[in-house]
Every structure is written in C-alpha cells, then in structure tokens.
Design a binder for this molecule. Structure first.
Ligand code: AMP
Length: 280
C-alpha cells in the first residue's frame, strides 16, 4: 500500500491509473479502524480496480472540543489492517493540507431540513464540518465511487445532498452496519467504553429492535417513551429516539406498514456518545 500525505502526489498517481481505464473506489475514515471500516475497503476491493482510503480526524466536524481531543488514534494498527486488506492507497494528510487557510473553512452548504434534525440538532455545525472534509476529498481525489456506512444514516443522506449540490461526479455506495456479536454497532468510540459500559451498550440496538417488533400493535410514541425510560434507568442519557421515513428522513409518529422507515437513536453512556439506526 502506498501512503500519500499530499493531494498533489496522490492525484498524479490516480490520474495515471485513470488513463489506464481503472475504476477508483474511495472509503474516507477518521481512523481507529475496526471491521466496519474494513468492510468498506472489502466492498471497494470486490467491485473496483483501485481502492483508496483516507485517515483524517477532521477537527471541523467536532462540535465538542473534548470529544475531538479524546478521539482514539491507532495509526500503526490502522496501516497494518489496511495492508492486510490490500488497500492500494492511503491518504494521510495533515490539517494544513486539508485546510490551508481560514478561507478554506469559511464555506456554507445548503443542507436544508437535514441540517437541523437528529444529529444536526444535537451537534450544531457537525454536518457543515462533514461537508467541508467530504467535498474537499471528493473534489481532489475524484473517485468513481465512494463507500460509506449506513451506521451513520443521516450522514449518508447529507453526503448524497452534498454530491447533488456540488455536482460531484461520484456515486455513493452505502454499506451495511457491522456489529459485535452482542449487536452493538462497531464504532471507533467503542474503544473508550469500559467493561461495564460495554455490557450496557448493546441495549441501544435492542431498543430499536424492540420498537420494530411492537410497532404494529402499539403507538410509536408509547414505545418511544417506554424505551427511553428503560434506557435511562440503566444509565443512558438519550439525545433522541425517532422514527423517520427512510427515503427523506422526515420525522413522524405515525406508522404505515406500506412504507419504509428508519429508527434512529443517539445516547450517552457517561462521556461516550453512541448512535445507531435500524431500517425496516
Ligand atoms: P468514521 O471513521 O467513524 O468517520 O467512519 C468512516 C466510515 O466508516 C463512515 O462511512 C462510517 O459510516 C463507516 N462505518 C463506521 N462504523 C461502521 C460500521 N459499524 N459498519 C459499517 N460502516 C461503518
């Protein structure tokens, strides 16, 4: 695997590959890689000629400075994992490469409704930061496909919107969420869970499944109230637990069995904020 720190050098290499007719897949990450990230690499390897990944902990998408400072960094093992998975190129920029000056951070993306609900509501500015980094990476690397995880459902919708807004010629491939045996969605932040928290954390996904199983007999609002109480009694602090239409993320309380939905949850276990979702 070749590692590049500058867009300029990576672009020279990729444009050479493009002249050979190679199709390029890209999986951006913030590192502290786990099997969920590596499943994106695998999907790209299976379908593309060339796979590029990136590791950059993007300061602009952290609304909470403490969360940024405590974000896990495991670069040496990340590189080993990527090599084991035959990733072709790793882009490993520093902050100056991504944001050379203040102007490069002073941009605004018109995300509309998506920006002010769920993650957007509880993490103000988060999706503007996500758009800054994703737009920068896609517009420089120009991959044919970008591989992203359904684990961050709202982020997938935001990236789709960004690609439309900026007229970027990259297609999105949304990959399923990888889970521990306990059902807990894999996440870099899980590295920060202690043993007790790790035992408790699968309750998030269990709550989503519980609602899915009972939504035909009971109202969503009753189920929501019941599951929030249950989670808070076992030590969580729930930011949100919502039902939304899968296609446009419109939040609703009404369930209509002929439509496709997504349940979304975010909750703190002590200091650590976890998110999950379930499509049905
Ligand atoms: P992150 O490093 O958290 O920014 O994630 C990088 C990419 O990996 C994003 O597209 C995430 O949605 C995806 N991802 C994170 N966790 C998982 C998971 N458990 N399963 C599949 N994809 C994931």
């Amino acid at each position: 695997m070749k590692i590049y720190k500058h867009f300029r050098d990576l672009k020279i290499e990729l444009s050479h590959q493009k002249t050979l007719g190679k199709v390029i897949g890209f999986a951006p990450t913030m590192g502290a890689l786990h099997e969920g990230h590596l499943s994106l690499i695998e999907q790209s390897k299976n379908r593309m000629d060339i796979t590029v990944s990136s590791i950059f902990v993007n300061p602009e998408q952290f609304n909470n400075p403490e969360d940024f400072l405590k974000y896990p960094i495991t670069l040496e093992t990340d590189i080993l994992y990527l090599e084991e998975h035959d990733c072709d190129y790793l882009f490993l920029p520093d902050v100056k490469e991504i944001y050379p000056d203040e102007k490069s951070k002073n941009r605004h993306f018109e995300l509309g409704y998506l920006e002010n609900i769920l993650e957007g509501k509880f993490r103000p500015g988060h999706f503007q930061g996500v758009c800054l980094i994703v737009e920068r990476l896609l517009s420089e690397i120009l991959p044919d496909y970008v591989f992203i995880g359904q684990k961050d459902f709202q982020q997938c919708m935001v990236i789709k919107k960004l690609i439309d807004l900026m007229n970027i010629k990259t297609e999105i491939v949304v990959c399923p969420t990888l889970r521990e045996n306990s059902g807990l969605a894999m996440s870099s932040r899980n590295l920060r869970l202690n043993n007790v928290e790790r035992e408790l954390a699968p309750a998030l996904f269990q709550s989503l499944n519980f609602i899915k199983e009972h939504i035909k007999e009971k109202s969503f609002s009753m189920l929501k109230e019941d599951r929030i109480r249950h989670l808070e009694d076992s030590g969580f602090k729930v930011d949100y637990l919502e039902l939304a239409l899968r296609g446009n993320l419109e939040i609703t309380e009404e369930y209509d069995p002929s439509k496709s939905y997504v349940l979304l949850i975010a909750a703190y276990l002590n200091e650590i904020r976890l998110i999950d979702n379930l499509i049905f």
